[in-house]
Design a protein around this ligand. Sequence first.
Ligand code: NAD
Ligand code: UGA
Length: 473
Amino acid sequence: MVKICCIGAGYVGGPTMAVIALKCPSIEVAVVDISVSRIRAWNSEKLPIYEPGLDDVVKKCRGKNLFFSNEVEKNVAQADIVFVSVNTPTKTSGLGAGKAADLTYWESAARMIADVSKSSKIVVEKSTVPVKTAEAIEKILTHNNKGIEFQILSNPEFLAEGTAIADLFDPDRVLIGGREETQGGLKAIKTLKDVYAHWVPQERIICTNLWSAELSKLAANAFLAQRISSVNSISALCEATGANVTQVSYSVGKDSRIGPKFLSASVGFGGSCFQKDILNLVYICECNGLPEVANYWKQVIKINDYQKKRFVNRLVSSMFNTVSGKKIAILGFSFKKDTGDTRETPAIDVCKGLLSDRAHLIIYDPQVAEAQMMMDLSLPKFDWDSQPGSPMQIPTDESVSQSVKVVHNAYEATKDAHAICILTEWDEFKNLDYKKIYDNMPKPAYVFDGRNVVDVGKLRQIGFIVYAIGKPL
Ligand code: NAD
Ligand code: UGA
């Protein structure tokens, strides 16, 4: 029986390994993590992450060929294939601070693999890492030269949160990069290919050299984020001219060379990866003497920051240039629907912007815990574009707990609110009883739709003043 061990039981490690276990009953999969609480949750009824379909997959395999454990070293030592799916956040201090990926967790995982291994292994980069990381990892793995062969593969993950299980069941492609120039490298690529071939059609498994695989992941995220910043930049022009961004993006996306997906204007993209990975790409370009290329990709993040700021400014200016003491209902806090993840969610910047104008916020999100929101709003903001020498953290207002209340449904949040601000496209926000909500709000009653989920015409008929991204006023 082939044994797989995955280091890192997070948003990627957990769902990815659960699907491998489900699709490959002949493989034993251990997912290990240093976090005791995370492993306890993976072994409980309430999994540590919310992801549609995940509970079902885990229930089918857990205890059979899928195990979650804190015994990191033991499981690594026994494995034939070790996936490393630890977090690779942006560095906040030292060389490359604000842009470069922090590979501390990766490096410590690699050192541990080298130290505990007694048999040859394939080590798989599942985390998103800078191009050429495999070269450094190879050096670490072979540093104590015990005569063990390590083959390193790059197998970046393309799943999106909220659709992780569907993406893993039916991926557009699986990418495997390895040392194609050596027999050992080719054998390792084939071994991993055989794992995915249990359910992924051969033609969707792409095999490349290591550097192409590492770079393709960063490039794919940069291209995806670029589409959102492009359509968001057009949304600003739509508002200025009376064009409707939904009509424009539909018309543009009908060109099969452009395509219809990933062209929805929004209050801005969030999530743990787009900003981090583009900054990483920017840093790699700068290190390779390509400042023009670096600046090109930087602009994608600048437009994203601009879109969030523009949304707050529009809200404040529409409400007679002040929201001081006004109650604003925030509907949705996670960075997209169907996840409870708040990493880099645009809601943080929007809420902070409103709090700095002394608004009172009543927040409702179906999946995000109150403690998480309070922590996100209390932490200082990370300034990726700070100049050398200036602080990377913008201090935050400490009075968050006095100005923020978290409630358990949309009706409670909107009662007596001067305005409603929709920041996540949860399906339930489409079908709320907006007449009932309107009747319970002081007038004029405003809706600021950061996700274009409401029927603007219907709400205006009820009496709301509605501002939607890229829509005529
Ligand atoms: P995460 O923070 O949810 O999970 C990482 C886990 O690794 C944590 O539970 C942490 O405790 C554990 N860990 C860190 N160091 C460890 C060590 N030395 N030994 C054992 N466990 C350790 O992160 P994530 O969202 O799953 O992302 C992981 C990687 O995958 C990142 O590089 C990310 O860029 C990439 N990625 C993420 C997504 C996504 O949608 N979240 C999609 C594709 C790729
Ligand atoms: C993204 C990519 O889609 C995945 O392929 C990739 O594996 C992953 O990053 C990663 O490397 O971490 P994720 O961040 O989970 O996945 O979610 P997305 O669906 O890409 O959404 C990102 C942000 O863009 C969200 O805030 C979403 O609301 C926003 N978005 C998305 C828009 O504003 N408009 C769109 O048309 C699509």
